[in-house]
Design a protein around this ligand. Structure first.
Ligand SMILES: Nc1ncnc2c1ncn2[C@@H]1O[C@H](COP(=O)(O)OP(=O)(O)OP(=O)(O)O)[C@@H](O)[C@H]1O
Length: 333
């Protein structure tokens, strides 16, 4: 197997909890025991309810968040075993990051040309003339006119600004791009354009892409593999074309059945109760408090990973392969 662009092994992220702006004694278990490898040229989509740890996973992958435990490798190199200068260089040249809101991610005071040249200057890429040339290439790459180089971000539309953010992420020719909700701050009318641009660039440049979104339909369309998260844990990974029908974890099935237009039954598999607090996750399987299949074993121990039919999942009582959503709704009732 070719070396992964990025790899997490047993990664935990724990934050100090805050209340009213002050830290408390509680800990937020934002990411627990995450194992994930992103292959060259692959798109991995991350889904899950708000607060399940999607952004934390993305931040760990790009080295913005150090793990409390576990290893993070970029192109085979252990990020947090490196000297800081080397780590910054590897991250700076190896990964591009696209954030949710280009209005806040781009420096409002700098013209687009400077924004795009900045990473080239920082990493001393080529001569000054080559850097200028590269700025022109980047504008072309994302479908912006050369005249955009002189514009301030505020003079551009939301879609154009996100194109600048994409160009900046690609400036140093990274092998991996992480896009965290890249279209959720944009008008619906331009979302498809940015998604198509990402798909086109990924194919043209052979990029690996990690795509984080609430929008399950979009994740399926963009991804080769879908990763489902729940309460700080990766609970399932499987091929995008096998989700939702072939997913084995009850949570993945419930999450996808709640997506309009994806599944035949009109009623989704009901999820009863709220997501527990990330400061006090349940013992054993994190989903057991809302799972209709849970028993004492689920409370006693976290299920080890199992692999069947291309799906990796953590569940003591996985859904039978081939069960329809209607079967699960009846079972749930
Ligand atoms: N800096 C921080 N300090 C304290 N808690 C944090 C911090 N960052 C994230 N968290 C908590 O960690 C958990 C995971 O957060 P994260 O932002 O990764 O989730 P998410 O799935 O991306 O959520 P959303 O979809 O709403 O963006 C949440 O409980 C969140 O409140």
């Amino acid at each position: 197997m070719p070396e992964a662009q990025a790899e997490l092994r047993g990664v935990h992220v724990v934050h100090k909890a805050r209340s009213g702006g002050l830290f408390t004694r509680d800990r937020v278990y934002a990411l627990t025991g995450a194992d994930l490898a992103v292959a060259p040229g692959e798109t991995v989509g991350i889904v899950g309810e708000s607060g399940c740890g999607k952004s934390t996973l993305a931040r760990v992958l790009v080295g913005l968040q150090p793990p409390a435990q576990g290893t993070v490798r970029l192109r085979g190199q252990d990020l947090w075993a490196m000297k800081e200068g080397e780590r910054r260089k590897l991250i700076g040249t190896g990964v591009g990051m696209i954030f949710q809101d280009p209005a806040t991610a781009l420096n409002r005071r700098l013209p687009v040309g400077r924004i795009l040249r900045d990473p080239l200057d920082v990493h001393r890429r080529g001569t000054p003339a080559q850097r200028e040339e590269r700025v022109g290439e980047l504008l072309d790459l994302v479908g912006l006119p050369q005249s955009a180089a002189g514009a301030l971000p505020g003079q551009l539309s939301g879609g154009q600004r996100q194109r600048v953010a994409v160009a900046r992420a690609l400036a140093l020719e990274p092998g991996l791009v992480i896009a965290d909700e890249p279209t959720s701050a944009l008008d619906v009318s331009v979302r498809a354009q940015i998604l198509n641009l990402l798909l086109e660039l990924k194919a043209r440049l052979g990029l690996s892409l990690v795509f984080v979104s609430h929008d399950i339909q979009t994740v399926r369309r963009m991804s080769d593999r879908v990763v489902t998260m729940y309460l700080g844990r990766i609970v399932e990974q499987g091929p995008a074309d096998g989700v939702p029908g072939r997913a084995r974890h009850p949570y993945t099935r419930a999450l996808f059945s709640a997506t309009p237009g994806l599944i035949s039954p009109i009623t989704p598999i009901p999820l009863v109760g709220a997501v527990p607090s990330a400061t006090r996750p349940p013992s054993g399987c994190p989903f057991r408090t809302r799972c209709w299949r849970a028993d004492d074993t689920c409370a006693a121990e976290m299920p080890a990973v199992r692999e069947e039919d291309g799906h990796l999942f953590h569940c003591h009582h996985p859904v039978t392969a081939g069960a329809t959503d209607l079967d699960l709704i009846q079972e749930r009732a």
